[in-house]
Write a protein that binds this ligand. Structure first.
Ligand code: S3P
Length: 172
């Protein structure tokens, strides 16, 4: 079984940076699904949304996730990965999936003004995050093997806790 962790959670919860630290410690690659989509399509995420629409972005994201789960690598996903049923099924059959759980209030301050995230580039960031959390939190919960509260701890402490819990999976 593949024991490399997959990180899920809302925008701004630190999937990429925590993923990078985990990959360094586990001595493996990090696949960041957003980065992979950018390189496959050859456009930035806002450009992909603008020119091809969100559904196309989600199609590519699905292919990228499917390929990433076959590799021995830590995977940092985009916040919307759980929107598609087939992605949720793939995540549920992959262990361990780590949900970096954070409140919209914590995240809003971290991503306000970020032009690279089309879903929050316009309008009220906090309200958008609240709406996304209402829709997605149950989906993250459905896919997660490990739930890691994000706001309370420093990144280094979170990484240490995740590693601790991962060792339980590799002993199975
Ligand atoms: C999205 C999150 C983004 C990126 C895209 C859509 C979402 O990734 O995939 O802008 O639907 O929540 P991050 O979670 O890394 O910001």
């Amino acid at each position: 079984m593949n024991h490399y962790p997959v990180l899920i959670g809302l925008m701004g919860c630190g999937k990429s940076s925590i993923g990078r630290r985990l990959a360094r410690t586990l001595n493996c690659a990090l696949i960041d699904t957003d980065e992979e989509i950018i390189s496959r399509v050859g456009m930035s995420i806002p450009e992909i949304f603008e020119r091809h629409g969100e559904a196309y972005f989600r199609d590519v994201e699905h292919e990228v996730l499917r390929d990433a789960l076959r590799r021995s690598a830590v995977v940092a996903t985009g916040g919307g990965i759980v929107e598609r049923l087939e992605n949720r099924s793939a995540l549920i059959s992959h262990t361990p999936v780590v949900w970096l759980q954070a409140a919209p209030e914590f995240l809003a301050a971290r991503i306000a003004g970020d032009r690279n995230r089309p879903l929050v580039a316009r309008g009220n960031v906090l309200q958008t995050l609240r709406d996304l959390a209402a829709k997605r939190d149950p989906l993250y919960a459905e896919c997660a093997d490990i739930v890691m509260p994000r706001a309370e701890l420093k990144k280094s402490a979170i990484v240490a806790r995740i590693l601790e819990q991962l060792s339980a999976f590799s002993e199975e």
